[in-house]
Design a protein around this ligand. Structure first.
Ligand code: GLA
Length: 393
């Protein structure tokens, strides 16, 4: 009998050891989960962010949600100055390009984080006809009008009012664009509202009303790098764009007016591809854009809020999903960044260190009657909602 004892002891020992190991693993896992779920009290804080050379005071609003995500927005250009979101280990990092201070934005800003208006993207030769009148807008991109002109909505100081809701915090920015500003007809009263929800979404919603018919195409122009701003190029990000067609452009990046299928071209992001996979292919549209700088026609009907794009960065695990009520999205792969800009925390922004996903109407719509209309008339209300949803994989 005594000889049989070790036979019992051994399996009991193995069972005990396994149970201890399991307990240890579970407690470690739950510790990790707990550390990722640190609850903060959501809040919004207001502070001064200096003043413009013409002595307009600029304010900075810091929105913090209950998971610790932080969005900083300033009234100059209604600009998202930084956006901190967690990686798959719960570590926060700022994932948008920009500057540490107002002076940086005033000196030279390739539209980092701004609200673009009155018309985002290009209008050929800055000219269009509306109700029998021809309007000449400011030209600032060779012979074309780009992103609202010489002094677009990105270079003015907006008014702001912060707010708290049961599950979100935000700031509503308003601006009155006067009749004739940059050549546009009509006084345009507009607002852009940033809301940071406890579901880890940054919503940007827009409204505008006019007293004369005018084109309107507002968009948000953050440069994202989901690995962290200034931490390398974005070529390894996987991107999906929910679009079967895009609007091909000429050498000046003005749409030809056609809608072209993305099938069998490097413009096909209907399934995820890394941004870098095909960017240097010998494809005319990529040559014109020096990479991606095109407008994709989203697979949708009407103004429903639908998924437009998803970007995933494998080293951090961060995922950004973009939902919008707009019919299109401009995907720009940061081709004009060239290392001449030193941004936040002294980081140098080289070629393709950030990408933009600008939800919008098609470029040059005022001259393309076949495109969805961008004309806002008195008595009508322009509305646009875009949601940036963050999570990790
Ligand atoms: C948009 C344009 C680009 C470029 C960037 C900012 O994405 O389409 O051509 O102007 O903005 O540099």
């Amino acid at each position: 009998m005594a000889k049989q004892k070790p036979l019992f002891v051994f399996p009991i020992f193995v069972l005990l050891a396994t149970a201890i190991m399991l307990c240890l693993c579970c407690s470690q896992l739950s510790c990790k989960r707990k550390s990722m779920e640190v609850k903060v009290k959501m809040n919004v804080q207001e502070q001064s962010f200096g003043q413009t050379p013409d002595e307009h005071k600029v304010k900075l609003y810091t929105l913090t949600n209950s998971n610790g995500l932080k969005a900083r927005i300033m009234t100059y250009g209604a600009t998202l100055v930084s956006l901190e979101v967690p990686d798959r280990n719960g570590k926060l990092d700022d994932i948008t390009l920009g500057y540490d201070d107002l002076a940086g934005y005033i000196k030279e800003n390739p539209y980092f984080g701004v609200i673009v208006g009155r018309y985002g993207n290009r209008i050929a030769k800055g000219r269009f006809s509306l109700d029998g009148t021809t309007y000449q807008l400011a030209t600032n991109n060779e012979e074309n009008h780009l992103h609202g002109g010489v002094k677009g909505f990105d270079k003015v100081v907006w008014n702001a009012q912060s707010f708290e809701q049961s599950d979100a915090v935000g700031v509503k920015l308003t601006y009155l664009s006067k009749d004739g500003e940059e050549g546009y007809p009509g006084n345009l009263e507009c607002s852009a509202t940033y809301t940071l929800t406890n579901n880890d979404e940054l919503k940007v919603s827009y409204e505008a009303q006019t007293d004369k018919a005018t084109p309107v195409n507002l968009t948000h122009h953050s440069y994202f790098n989901l690995a962290g701003q200034g931490k390398g190029d974005i070529l390894g990000h996987e991107l999906m764009i929910n679009a079967d067609r895009f609007t091909p452009v000429d050498k000046g990046l003005i749409p030809t007016g056609q809608l072209q299928t993305v099938k069998t071209t490097p413009m096909d992001f209907t399934k995820p591809y890394t941004i870098g996979a095909r960017i240097n292919q010998d494809y005319e549209q990529l040559k014109y854009g020096l990479g991606y700088d095109h407008n994709w026609v989203l697979n949708k009907k009407g103004q429903d809020l639908t998924l437009a794009a998803r970007a995933y960065e494998p080293t951090s695990g961060r995922v950004l999903e973009i939902y919008t009520t707009e019919p299109a999205i401009q995907f720009y792969s940061g081709n004009f960044l060239d290392g001449s800009i030193t941004g936040k925390q002294g980081r140098v922004y080289k070629k393709r260190y950030g990408f933009c996903l600008e939800t919008q109407h098609f470029p040059d719509s005022p001259n393309k009657p076949q495109f969805p209309s961008t004309i806002l008339r008195p008595g009508q209300k322009y509305t646009h909602l875009t949601v940036h949803k963050f999570y990790t994989r």
